[in-house]
Every structure is written in structure tokens, then in C-alpha cells.
Design a protein around this ligand. Sequence first.
Ligand code: GFB
Length: 314
Amino acid sequence: MADVPYRLAGKRIYVAGHRGMVGSAIVRRLARETCIVLRASRAELDLTSQAAVQGWFAEHRPDAVFLAAAKVGGILANDTMPADFLYENLMIEANIIDAAHRTGAEKLVFLGSSCIYPKFARQPIAESALLTGELEPTNEWYAIAKIAGIKLCQAYRKQHGADFISAMPTNLYGTGDNYDLATSHVLPALIRKVQEAKAARAPAITLWGSGTPLREFLHADDCADALVFLMQHYSGHEHINVGSGEEISIRDLALMIAQASGYEGSIELDPSKPDGTPRKLMDSSRLRAMGWKPQIGLEAGIERTLAEFMETAR
Ligand code: GFB
């Protein structure tokens, strides 16, 4: 278990990215702690502006920070907007990490992604696989920004003794996800495609790529719980994987979603779209050994997400 437990009671905790899927899940999770949650709207604070971020931190002086603000998107958004994904993410994380250090934050949890690992990393992917091989080209821009974030946390720890840690979640889904088919990740995209095909009595839905890539999914609420757990219990140089251990092919995911929504059409493929990395299952045994495990299985999570999608679509 933890060698440096960090108590949240009475702390002023800034959630950067509180409107996003993970940030909003962290805010809901922190409601169960006796801490003060700080947030700043986009209009109030431009996280890509160094001066604005330094000014906000100097004024509000959070004790702890969850760095869940990022430019995110699915495989196509990553592939087609490399400059945005690299520039915005570098700016956001560099500004926040440096400002947190300058204003004396006691703890910071930086959120990365499993795409930091080499495209053909040995599976399940252990933390030690970082920087051991070539990245997946569709998301190398985002990956490089996230690797820089890990390295910033390590550098501030090494040079200044800052207790800044990094968590690498697997593919996430859940409440407040992005359902825009051009920019979303696969799970919300398939929920939308299945629901719309069902409503239109369409004979088929179309998957991008071959349907064979394997992905590991974790509900954002489980992720938020793991991040709070890590803030409380982990203090160390190395980043920590946050996964469910459940792996599924994209085709089987589509079948699972179709079954959950009662859609009986067929599944077609669009091979002109990229597959991305063939397999991305993380080894989350370090986190398990600390005493954390997920609560929301994929089937239950899909049921819940489908219900939420139908509620908001009404
Ligand atoms: O979720 P996704 O966009 O991201 O795609 P990655 C996962 C797999 O689902 C890919 C396939 O093989 C896609 O080709 N797929 C099938 C679809 N149909 C669809 C669809 O309608 N929409 C989408 N989006 N995919 C991302 C990275 O990679 O993972 C990010 O680009 C980030 O940087 C994120 O790390 C977690 O898993 O391929």
C-alpha cells in the first residue's frame, strides 16, 4: 500500500478540465470527500496562456491539482489535427505543472493515455515499456505531448522535490462523452451509430477499419476513483497504469452494443479508415497491488451509457 498517504480533508483541490468526461467524474467523486473543489471556466481561464495560468494559480493557490484538461479525440481527430493535439496539450500541461510548482502545490496528478506506449509493445503493457519502441503514427502527436507531461512531473520531482505523479488510463468512456462521429472515440461512436440505425430501421452499421483491433475499456467513474486513490496513496517517479484488464475486439464491442440496444442489423466495415494500434491492453498490476480495482464491468457500463445517451437525445 501507500508509503506517503495524502489526506484530502480540508484541501483546496483544483480540477483542470472539470467540464470534460474525466474531470467531471473527478468532481463527482470528490463530492464524497471533505475537500474544497476549485474549477475555472474556459472564459475565466485560458489554459494555453502561461500568463493566465500563472495569474490564476497565484490568486487561488490550490493545495492539490488533478490535471485532466486536454485536447482529446478519437483516432481520426488525432490523425487529422496533429498540430492542435501536440501544441495545445504541451501548453496546457507545461503551464499547469509549472504554475502548481511555483505556487507551492503539495500534490499533482497528471493524466496521460495508453497511447504513450510503443505500437507493438509486449502485452499486457507494463509501465516499463515507455520509450522502448516506435509510436502508433495516428496518435504520435498526442502521445509525444503526454510523454512530455510524464517527464515534466518527473523533472519537477527530481529537481524540486515536487510530489507530482502521472496516471495512464486505458481507453475511457462514460457520462458526458463526445458523440460527434467525426471526432469521438469508438465506444460513443458505436452507441450513436447503433441507436440511429435502430431508429431509422437501417439494415447495417459501418465500423471503421477491420474490426479486429483489440481495446481495453474503463468507465470514467472508475478512472476518477483510481485517480483520487492515487492522489491519496501514491508518491513516486514512475507513472501508473489505470486499466480494467478487460480486452475486446472492435467487432465484438459493436455486437455487445447492438445486443444491449436490441439492434439486429448487420455490421459492415470501412477499410479506408485506420485501425490504429492492433492491441493495447495495459498491465495494471501495480495499481491492483496498491489495493484499487474497478467496479463497473463493460456490459454494465454500456447499459448505463446507452441509457444516458437516450436520455440526452430526447
Ligand atoms: O477509440 P478510437 O478512436 O481510438 O478507435 P484508438 C479505436 C478503434 O475503433 C480503431 C475503430 O481501430 C478504430 O478504427 N473504430 C471502428 C472506430 N469504428 C469506429 C468509429 O466509428 N469511430 C472511431 N473513433 N473508431 C485513440 C487515440 O486511439 O485512443 C488517442 O487516437 C487516445 O490518442 C485514445 O489515446 C485513448 O484507441 O485507436
